[in-house]
Design a protein around this ligand. Structure first.
Ligand code: FAD
Ligand code: FES
Length: 267
């Protein structure tokens, strides 16, 4: 992990307050793997803001985000040629195909970011890739053509039915498995809002499908010091350690590692 002053190569406003920024930072680009994130200083906002690495192109990395509050709105107003202060690559728990034969990816909103990187990074791996990507409406589904190209099957799901199937992405996942039963070698990877993740984990565990989850929590340092990102652990590895730090042990973890009851009551 390094602290880097990165020069912004481009800023694309994708619409509906979603943005894609590319920044030149050779060290992070070289070491980035799917699941890694960066922690960005956003002007005078006190704490850095964590964002998943979405793509790597040569010596640049891409981030895909929604301007939600002070930090991400500041970021959205940057222009090409300006510099940003970032820490990265951060995180040790990453998406790992683990010899899976079929990887089922479930993305909600900006939760697409680390899964997009996984698809790009593992484009030539042997696993079959099936993506379920859900958003509010057609205006908030992005990168459609690239996603279709990088997957064997790709399902878009919108809450209002303006693109793809109407409903919630977790409902679409369940519908899919009514027709195509789970198989040995299936693996689910997911990232998105907590309500969606809760449903996906519940489905995966009920069907005995291993499930890797990229979680979100409030973060401070991003590197294991401040404890602001702790998540309740299901089976503490050592007595007394009933929480784990998402920034260092995650952000991608096996669903079985999370104490679901405590975590989903907390958020
Ligand atoms: C490992 C990790 C990777 C992430 N990757 C992305 C990404 O690729 N794209 C993206 O758009 N967002 C991502 N996020 C969420 C992003 O960090 C928050 O949206 C951001 O910190 C909000 O900051 P803000 O100052 O704009 O908003 P604030 O004013 O701080 O808050 C605005 C809203 O966002 C919520 N929020 C604030 N911080 C977080 C947080 N850390 N996690 C979840 N919700 C938060 C608040 O509860 C509030 O509802 C990621 C979070 C983590 C932990
Ligand atoms: S963000 Fe500081 S310990 Fe995780």
């Amino acid at each position: 992990m390094q602290q880097i002053t990165a020069s912004i190569a481009s800023v694309r406003e994708l619409g509906s307050a979603y943005f894609f920024i590319e920044a030149c930072c050779p060290h992070i680009a070289k070491h980035a793997r799917p699941g890694h994130f960066i922690n960005v200083r956003c002007g005078s906002v006190l704490l850095r803001r964590p964002l998943a690495i979405f793509s790597v192109d040569g010596s640049s990395i891409g981030i895909f985000f929604k301007a939600q509050g002070k930090g991400t709105s500041w970021l959205a107003q940057r222009r090409a040629g300006e510099e940003i202060d970032i820490l990265g690559p951060l995180g040790k728990g990453l998406f790992d195909e683990n010899n899976a034969k079929r990887v089922i990816l479930v993305a909600g909103g900006v939760g697409l970011a680390p899964l997009y990187f996984y698809l790009k990074y593992n484009f030539h791996s042997g696993a079959k890739k099936i993506l379920f990507y859900g958003a509010r409406n057609a205006n908030t589904i992005f990168f459609q053509n690239e996603l279709i190209d990088m997957t064997d099957e790709c399902f878009f799901v919108t809450e209002d039915g303006s693109l793809g199937e109407k409903g919630l992405v977790n409902e679409e996942l369940r519908r899919y498995f009514l027709t195509y039963s789970p198989q040995d070698g299936d693996l689910i990877m997911t990232c998105g809002p907590n309500a969606m993740i809760k449903e996906i984990i519940s489905f995966a565990e009920s069907e005995n499908i291993p499930c890797q989850v990229s979680l979100e929590s409030y973060m401070g340092c991003g590197c294991g010091v401040c404890l602001s990102c702790v998540i309740p652990a299901e089976n503490p590895e050592q007595a007394g350690e009933s929480y784990f730090r998402l920034c260092t042990e995650g952000p991608v973890v096996d669903s079985k590692k999370i104490d679901k009851q405590k975590f989903f009551n907390m958020v």
